[in-house]
Design a protein around this ligand. Structure first.
Ligand code: C5P
Length: 399
């Protein structure tokens, strides 16, 4: 589902220094399976050579509407070929001309001719971005159905720091991906927990588990790509999340409990909560302020129970909202244990999976268990599994 195979992506560059990043965007779109062609405004060719982009795409680069060697109507054919158009970088000038309906170079004429989704990634100096005329043009382009991605705050070409940096190629490629995914989570608020928890023994040691966080991160990302507002409560992991996801980093089960309570108890009530985190059931009774010394012979570490976050959410919810999804990671009796959790924790859906299939892997083999039925999903990438879980949760959200 998160692939651009069989999709034609037309990357159109305006004349800005960020054109060098648009070269990486071409690469990123190709990496995700898209067939890419490139058009450049005359000024864009001053920043990046056409030879580079022709070499990367294996296609001639369109730069001149008046190219006599070109047999047809360049802008009409390019627009008809594209399944999605990405204008990156979109300069102040390009955006103003597009908003006003100009069509006097290959980029503007092709954009005017489009019938497919279009994305613009603005890149300009902060003062230019903040100019009232630019903001007016952003609104006009948005009203025309163009998706604006970025710009971001950060270092600009001249060394200043401010808003105006072009969004990173991965973020633009994600926006491209969203064009081909259902927007069925638009207007929904989803809270996801992910990763392990670390229960401190002393300042140096902790009790942890082998959860990588990949499943929860895949769920958060899939929900975001399908239009949801997402909060991701993440235990310790090195994974990176989409900057458009509101991420709360936590360490222990107690921290995670608190963060989930804040997320669920705020003014904006979530529609769906998915507990994909591998929460430690126990924590050391006391956290030693100093590093514990070695002992002669064996030793014991008293443990106390952690709160069950999911059960707490299940028991305290009034009515059917938020829809609650939990995981059951087992080494045996998969379905039986999932059914017990469904009842005890009062949740709508349990994703039941075997530890040998799930832990640390890119793939998983899961069964979705609800009171009414069991849906085996077979071996899938965690990305695909995330989308299937969201499909099932959505059925409950709209019922
Ligand atoms: O009972 P068990 O740990 O197998 O249940 C797993 C499910 O419950 C997962 O969704 C996990 O995130 C959640 N859980 C929790 N708080 C705990 C333990 C598990 O929310 N203390």
């Amino acid at each position: 589902m998160e692939s651009l195979v069989d999709k034609n992506a037309l990357v159109m560059m305006g004349g800005g220094i960020a054109a060098y990043k648009a070269v990486l965007l071409v690469r990123e779109l190709q990496r995700r399976g898209a067939k890419v062609r490139v058009a450049m405004s005359p000024s864009a060719t001053k920043f990046v050579g056409t030879v580079t982009l022709a070499g990367l795409t294996g296609e001639p680069v369109a730069t001149n509407l008046w190219d006599e060697a070109y047999p047809g109507e360049m802008h009409v054919e390019l627009a008809a070929w594209a399944d999605v158009i990405v204008v990156a970088p979109a300069t102040m000038n390009l955006m103003a001309r597009a908003a006003a309906g100009f069509a006097d170079d290959v980029v503007l004429a092709t954009l005017a001719c489009r019938r497919c989704p279009a994305i613009m990634a603005p890149a300009m100096h902060t003062a230019m971005w903040q100019r009232a005329s630019t903001q007016r043009n952003v609104r006009a382009l948005t009203d025309e159905g163009i998706t604006i991605v970025g710009p971001e705050r950060g270092a600009l070409a001249n060394g200043e720091v401010g808003e105006g940096r072009m969004a990173e190629p991965e973020a633009i490629a994600d926006a491209v991906l969203s064009c081909f995914l259902p927007s069925d989570y638009l207007g929904k608020y989803v809270v996801v927990s992910a990763g392990p928890t670390h229960e401190d023994i002393d300042p140096v040691r902790f009790i942890g588990n082998r959860s990588s966080g990949r499943m929860g991160f895949a769920l958060a990302r899939a929900a975001r790509l399908r239009g949801a507002k997402v909060t991701l409560v993440a235990g310790p992991t090195h994974l990176r999340a989409d900057p458009r996801i509101d991420r709360v980093d936590v360490r222990s089960a107690i921290d995670m409990h608190e963060a989930m309570r804040v997320a669920v108890g705020g003014d904006h009530q979530p529609d769906l909560v998915i507990m994909a985190a591998a929460v430690a059931d126990y924590r050391p009774e006391t956290r030693s302020p100093q590093k514990r010394k070695k002992q002669v012979g064996s030793t014991a570490l008293p443990l106390v129970r952690n709160p069950d976050i999911l059960q707490d959410l299940g028991i305290s919810r009034a009515g059917k909202r938020p829809v609650l999804v939990g995981f059951a990671l087992e080494t045996e009796n998969l379905i039986g244990s999932a059914r017990t959790k469904l009842r005890l924790k009062k949740v709508d859906l349990i994703v039941a999976n075997l530890a040998a299939d799930a832990l640390g892997s890119e793939e998983n083999d899961a069964v979705l268990v609800s009171i009414a039925d069991e849906v085996p999903l077979g071996r899938l990438s965690k990305t695909e599994l995330a989308h299937r879980i969201l499909d099932q949760a959505l059925l409950r959200l709209i019922s």
